[in-house]
Write a protein that binds this ligand. Structure first.
Ligand code: COA
Length: 334
């Protein structure tokens, strides 16, 4: 068997729709307050895409930025791995929407459904393909249009105030620099908690999948056991970071920069505290975008790469936690 190839991120990109919804805007739609939202989550505003747009449209914009950053053309992409929990259609997947929008030829388009861990799952799938030599450059996408399926009334406020729309992408490719590259990925799931954060309807376990009665009962919106999610996130994220560090025989202090999923500022502060790391070694954009699930990590990567917060050669550790439950970490030399 030929040696596995090393892999690195060749370019990053992100896109958020222009329409800003502040906490004050949400106060007009439901019984909530800016103070409650900021104190509990750190979120101040989020973006919602205009009706008619879907995740593939946001991803296409983000891809153009990543191609420019990588100095590549659309025709250089050999495959798409698209992670989302809010796809354009129930089927086909958003990967083929994006393939068509980009006009990148009849390349394979994979769709992943791993919620807030979707980007790290996508990174692992893409890494395996490139390492083995099957494909050279893969577009890994995380994109969400959460605004389509949140209940923007008081009945849905516990979930609705937390989420936003956005897209983040990276282009992954073979690495020719021995000082750089993706070092490891560790992924996990625990379906015993599948009901702790879910959008159950339309349900292919029911016949019909959706009824007027279900709609009347607002069953087509997500539900969440917020405390259970919080408790598991602050345990699993440090755990999976330690797993990555132990695998690479490193310590938390060896990491130059931590990139965490943007679910809740309090979760990320707790994770950093657990790792005994200073706030200067991470970056959060949840205050401006809310939780963009699969898009959150690549959006942070893009903002940090462009601003110089993450520099070539930095040891970067990413970690996520989300519905499923699913969680994971990735370690790379940028
Ligand atoms: N505005 C105002 N009040 C709200 C509200 C909102 N948007 N949402 C819920 N409340 C109310 C509830 O009705 C409840 O009221 P009650 O005590 O009268 O019944 C109260 O606030 C709950 O407050 P509290 O128990 O202090 O909430 P919390 O500290 O657990 O915070 C979350 C709630 C959702 C912010 C928190 O549990 C959390 O962040 N969980 C993780 C969520 C997450 O990250 N999900 C995505 C994972 S990828």
């Amino acid at each position: 068997m030929p040696a596995l190839r090393s892999v690195r991120i060749l370019g990053t990109g992100m896109y958020v729709p222009p329409d800003v919804y502040t906490n004050k805007d949400l106060e007009k739609m439901m019984d909530t307050s800016d103070e409650w939202i900021v104190q509990r989550s750190g979120i101040r505003e989020r973006r919602f895409a205009k009706p008619g747009l879907g995740v593939s449209d946001l991803a296409a914009e983000a891809t153009q930025h990543a191609l420019t950053a990588a100095g590549l053309k659309v025709s250089d992409i050999d495959a798409i791995v698209f992670a989302t929990l809010s796809p354009d259609y129930y089927f086909p997947g958003s990967g083929v929407f994006l393939q068509n929008l980009l006009g990148c030829g009849q390349i394979p388009a994979f769709d992943l459904r791993n919620q807030c861990s979707g980007f790290l799952y996508g990174l692992n799938v893409a890494k395996a393909f490139i390492s083995s030599g099957q494909y050279d450059r893969i577009l890994v996408v995380g994109a969400e249009c959460h605004s389509r399926a949140i209940n923007l009334t008081t009945a849905g406020r516990d979930v609705a105030v937390l989420f936003g729309d956005g897209a983040g992408v990276v282009i992954l490719g073979p690495n020719d620099d021995p000082k750089r590259g993706l070092l490891s990925l560790h992924l996990h799931s625990d379906g015993a908690h599948r009901d702790a954060l879910k959008m159950e309807f339309p349900s292919m376990r029911k016949w019909p999948a959706i009824t007027q009665e279900m709609l009347n009962d607002t069953k087509h919106y997500p539900t969440m056991d917020g405390r259970l999610v919080f408790k598991n996130a602050v345990t699993r994220m440090p755990e999976v970071v330690h797993e990555a560090l132990a695998y690479n025989q490193l310590k938390p202090d060896d990491v130059d920069f931590y990139v965490f999923h943007q679910a809740n500022l309090r979760i990320n502060e707790a994770v950093l505290k657990h790792l005994a790391q200073p706030a200067s070694k991470t970056y959060n954009n949840i205050d401006r975008y809310g939780n963009c699930s699969a898009a959150s990590i690549p959006m942070v990567l893009d903002e940090c790469a462009r601003s110089g917060r993450i520099k070539p050669g930095d040891l970067v550790c990413m970690a996520s936690f989300g519905a499923g439950f699913t969680w994971g970490s990735a370690l790379l030399r940028w």
